[in-house]
Design a binder for this molecule. Structure first.
Ligand SMILES: Cc1cc2nc3c(=O)[nH]c(=O)nc-3n(C[C@H](O)[C@H](O)[C@H](O)COP(=O)(O)O)c2cc1C
Length: 198
């Protein structure tokens, strides 16, 4: 069974992260989910879903309308002793979705100051897949340099940029396009959008 780590940070677009968790679990994978403090707040503001302190995994699964028996772990960002903090038990891939520019900066600088930052640091040092889904506009030179630095270090940057050639009919279509692009990078099959020429 594939094992993924999804970090939801404080950029706009928490719907992307939640859809990603839903799709990875539906693909038969196990998922560890960490929301940063800002991520929790922006998610509650944008979606109305407030992550509870206790029973968080069940709450996420209920929100996603998935069976509560699915292998989801919800871990707090302060839990530095969690297994994703170690290269010896790193997940198959880590996805930061959405990724704030602050989070990208921390990864670029190698801060590793909390569990999500440490996990990203581990993925890079172990040469394992790290996918960052930034959402910001316009981009400053600092943002561009940090995105370049993480790419040079081995991360894949998949900006949250929905396309229009798919002729989206709804917000869901736009979310699905971005999440579908992330799943393409991970090699996870999906039917979130129609491929060009289909
Ligand atoms: C409503 C709201 C929307 C935000 N949207 C973005 C965004 O799209 N991109 C971004 O880089 N930061 C955004 N921010 C700022 C981040 O949340 C802030 O920089 C935070 O410190 C990031 O922390 P984190 O990386 O630990 O999650 C937003 C903040 C709020 C309150």
């Amino acid at each position: 069974m594939k094992d993924y780590l999804v970090v939801l940070s404080g950029a706009s677009g928490s719907a992307y992260g939640l859809r990603l968790v839903e799709q990875l679990l539906s693909s038969g994978a196990s998922v560890t989910f960490i929301a940063t403090q800002a991520g929790r707040e922006v998610m509650a503001f944008e979606t109305g879903f407030a992550l509870p302190e206790g029973g968080a995994a069940e709450a996420v699964l209920r929100y996603l309308e998935l069976p509560v028996s699915l292998p989801l772990r919800v871990v707090a960002p302060g839990e530095l002793f969690d297994r994703v903090a170690s290269g010896s038990s790193a997940p198959d891939a880590m996805i930061v979705c959405p990724a704030s520019m602050g989070f990208v900066a921390s990864v670029a600088a190698g801060l590793a100051a909390d569990l999500p930052e440490r996990a990203a640091d581990v993925m890079l040092k172990e040469c394992r897949p790290l996918v960052l889904v930034p959402r910001e506009t316009p981009l400053s030179l600092i943002h561009l340099r940090n995105l370049t630095a993480v790419t040079e270090a081995g991360a894949v940057v998949v900006p949250a940029m929905p396309a229009f050639y798919q002729k989206p009919q709804s917000l869901d279509d736009m979310v699905n396009f971005v999440v579908g692009k992330v799943l393409d990078v991970l090699g996870v099959e999906h039917e979130l959008y129609n491929r060009w020429g289909e």
